[in-house]
Design a protein around this ligand. Structure first.
Ligand code: NAD
Length: 330
């Protein structure tokens, strides 16, 4: 298959490219290498693929409709995995227009370009944040109504609706995958696993919002990518599918796991609850198991060990002042 991956140089994007190449596919990556976090990290993420003749990368902004049409016509991909987005809940509250522009208008451009060249299957990266403050757990795809409580979450719900429209109007198969707090090697420097690991190793305090009793369904990146690859191989019409771990972990327990992995205690800076943060994310993964044979295997301690090994071996060589925003818990 020739697969076009947007956001290919990002955290989940680069793992997805690796898995697709390993599986024998050709991959066209699209990424604008913006400075939401240090673009040097993104260049490092894709460095290992550059010698592979089956991999091409285009530096381009998904908001540029003509540029997207040019790229789609040039490579004529059979399938598209659309991961490019402005990610993160709290920064979206500060700059909702940017988030809407990239995540909704950009998604519309990618859907339009894909439809115009007859793409057979389109996978869209949605987010557990669309469930908002839903109280019934685990979160099931059929839950309704949804109450996204941040601009970021609202843009992801908008993207899902555009995918549904393109399926109904043009018959293009579109699958929206709702990712639950993804972590692992190459993890984003604005996310809790990276920030907490960095703080503990450097002996600086962790900013903990609230009492530490919020829960997140942390999901290891290779488990997520197994679901993404399965979804791109399997046109399903129009579906929304959770990709999570089905094992939510309390923030304090998560910090304890990192302390155990690093063999060092954390210093905690207690702050009040953050706007836009939900109390819990918890994925019902029955649909993913049935439709995608999805079976997440990685326990949090094992996953955080792999993350810490990567962090110690690689991240600190990139630069120490990577983080522009506060900790993000998607
Ligand atoms: N990491 C998570 O826990 C998580 C959870 C839920 C959903 N998601 C979604 O998964 C996707 C990938 O997330 P990630 O964690 O790998 O983030 P990331 O920021 O590492 O990757 C996103 C990539 O998209 C690129 N990009 C952003 N705007 C662009 C634009 N206008 N044009 C072209 N490229 C652009 C960025 O440069 C980056 O490389 C995103 O859609 C995100 O919303 C992630």
């Amino acid at each position: 298959m020739r697969v076009l991956v947007t956001g290919a140089a990002g955290f989940i994007g680069s793992h997805t490219v690796r898995a697709l190449l390993k599986d024998g596919n050709e991959v066209v990556g699209v990424d604008d290498f913006n400075d939401y976090y240090d673009p040097e990290i993104k260049r490092k993420n894709i460095a290992e693929f550059l010698d592979d003749a089956r991999f091409k990368i285009e530096k381009a902004d998904i908001r540029n409709e003509q540029e997207m049409m040019r790229i789609f016509k040039k490579y004529t991909p059979e399938r598209v995995i659309h991961l490019a987005a402005r990610a993160g809940v709290r920064p979206s509250i500060k700059d909702p227009i940017l988030y809407h522009d990239v995540n909704v208008n950009g998604t519309l451009n990618i859907l339009g370009a894909a439809q115009s060249i007859g793409v057979k299957n389109f996978v869209f990266a949605s987010s557990s944040s669309v469930y908002g403050g839903l109280e019934a757990t685990p979160f099931c795809e059929s839950a309704w109504p949804l109450n996204p409580i941040s601009p970021y979450a609202a843009t992801k719900l908008g993207g899902e609706n555009l995918c549904r429209y393109f399926h109904e109007q043009f018959g293009m198969s579109t699958t929206c995958l709702r990712f639950f707090t993804v972590y692992g090697p190459s993890g984003r420097p604005d996310m809790a696993p990276y920030m907490f690991t960095k703080s503990i190793l450097e002996g600086t305090p962790i900013n903990r919002f609230g009492k530490g009793d919020t829960k997140r369904d942390y999901t290891f990146v290779e488990d997520i990518v197994s679901g993404v690859v399965s979804a791109i191989k399997t046109p399903l019409g129009y579906e929304i599918i959770n990709l999570g771990n089905n094992q939510p972990i309390e923030l304090n327990e998560f910090i304890g796991t990192i302390e155990k992995v690093l063999g060092k205690k954390a210093k905690i800076n207690e702050l009040s609850e953050a706007e836009g943060d939900v109390k819990i994310t918890y994925a019902d993964i029955e649909k993913a198991k049935k439709l995608l044979q999805y079976n997440p295997k990685t326990k949090i301690e094992e996953g955080m060990r792999k993350f810490a090994e990567w962090y110690v071996g690689s991240a600190h060589t990139i630069g120490s002042e990577l983080v522009k925003e506060e900790i993000v818990q998607i």
